[in-house]
Design a protein around this ligand. Sequence first.
Ligand SMILES: C[S@@+](CC[C@H](N)C(=O)[O-])C[C@H]1O[C@@H](n2cnc3c(N)ncnc32)[C@H](O)[C@@H]1O
Length: 394
Amino acid sequence: MKDGIETLGTRRTRLAASLETDVRIREVFAKVPRHLFIPDQVWPGLVGPSLDRNTDPEGWADQVYTDAPVITQVNEGCDGPANVPTSSSSAPSVMATMLEAAGVKPGHRVLEIGTGTGFNTALLCELVGTQGQVVTIEVDPSVLKRARRALEAAGYAPATFLSDGVDGHPSGAPFDSVIATCALVRVPAEWMRQTRPGGVIVTPWAPGVTLPGGMMAQLVVGAGANLAQGRFVGNADFMSLRDQRGRRGAPPDHDAIADRTWTLTGDARDLVLDGAGPQLALMNPGTAMGFQPLPGKERSCVWLSAVDSPSWARLYADGRVEQGGPDRLGERIITAREWWRAQGSPDLTEYGLTVDITGEHRVWLRDPSGPSWVHVRTERGSLGEEKAKGSARP
Ligand SMILES: C[S@@+](CC[C@H](N)C(=O)[O-])C[C@H]1O[C@@H](n2cnc3c(N)ncnc32)[C@H](O)[C@@H]1O
C-alpha cells in the first residue's frame, strides 16, 4: 500500500462506478469520501468483536468501500451479549435507491430522519447544491456529535438537530422530500403535513414482519396533506426508529404443540423464501415471519406468528407444515401464495401503500382501488395509538 488515501480513493471510484443509478447520484458517490464519515471502530458482525482501523486498516477499508452497511454503533453505545446495531452507514446501493426515489434536485429542501454517520447527509448536500437546504435529525447525542464533526471536516453545512424524528422539523417546512433512514411501523402525520403537495416521503416500512426486514416505500403527498401514497421500490432491512422498536413479533416456542401437521411436496420454506416473501408479508397483516435455525437434525424453518393472538406455524425443508392456534397461519400462507400466483406472481414493486391522515396504512396491489390489506389502524381521534391488526385476506 503506497498511500492509504490513494487506495481509499481507488476503492471509492470503483464502488461508485458499480452503482446502478442516475448518473448524478453516481457522481456524488464518487465525490464524497465515505471513509471521512465512518468511525475507526466498526462491527463486522452481529456477534464477535469490533474491528479497529488502527489495528486492521485493510479490513476497515474493505468495510468502508464494499456495497454493504457498516455498523457504527451497537447497543446504543453500551456493552451487550450481542451486537444489536443502533447506528450504521447504510449500503450504498440502498442509499442510491432512496436518493433516486426521493427525486432530490438542485435547490430542493430535504428533511432527513436519522443522521447516523452523516454520509447520506453529505450526499444530499451535494445533490441540493448551494441553493437548496438539508435538515437532518438524529436522536442519539453521541452519534450526532460525531456526524457534525465529520460533516464540518468534509466541508458541509446542513442544519443538524438533536431530537425525535417522528416530529419532523415544523419550522423548516415545507420540504420537497423527507428521507427516513430508519424503519417505521407508522408514517407520522407530521411528515405529511411538512411535505409540500406533490413532494415525496421515502421510508423503510416494516409493519411487524421480520422476513424480510421491511420494504422501501416511495409516497407522494397529496394536496391538503391528508394522504401519502405510492409504490414500494424494493426491500429494505433497516434498524427501527427508536420509539417504534420491538413490534416485529417473536418466533413460536420450540415446544409449542401443533393442532395440525401436514406435508407439502418440496421445500415448504420456498413458500416464503422463493421470490414471494415480501409480497406474502404484505398480504398477511398482523403476521410476523422469521427464519429460525433449529437444534438437532432439522436445519432450519420459517416461522410465522400472529402479532395479536397465540397462533403460529412452521414450514420445514422436508415439506412439513405445523400450525397451532385459531388463525390457521400455515393454511393462510398457502392460500396467500396460491392467490399471488393466480394474480400472475406480481413483483413487490406492483404493490403500494396509502397512508391517510387518520393513521390508517393500507397496502394495495397494482392500484389504490385494487385488492387491499389494512396493516395499521388508528383509534378514532388518536393519531398515536394505532393497533397493528389483520384485515382483508386474499
Ligand atoms: C441506519 S442509521 C442512519 C444512516 C445514516 N443516514 C448514514 O448515512 O449514516 C439510523 C439512524 O437513525 C437514528 N434514529 C433512530 N430513531 C430515531 C428517531 N426517532 N429520530 C431520529 N433519529 C433516529 C439512529 O440513532 C441511527 O443513527
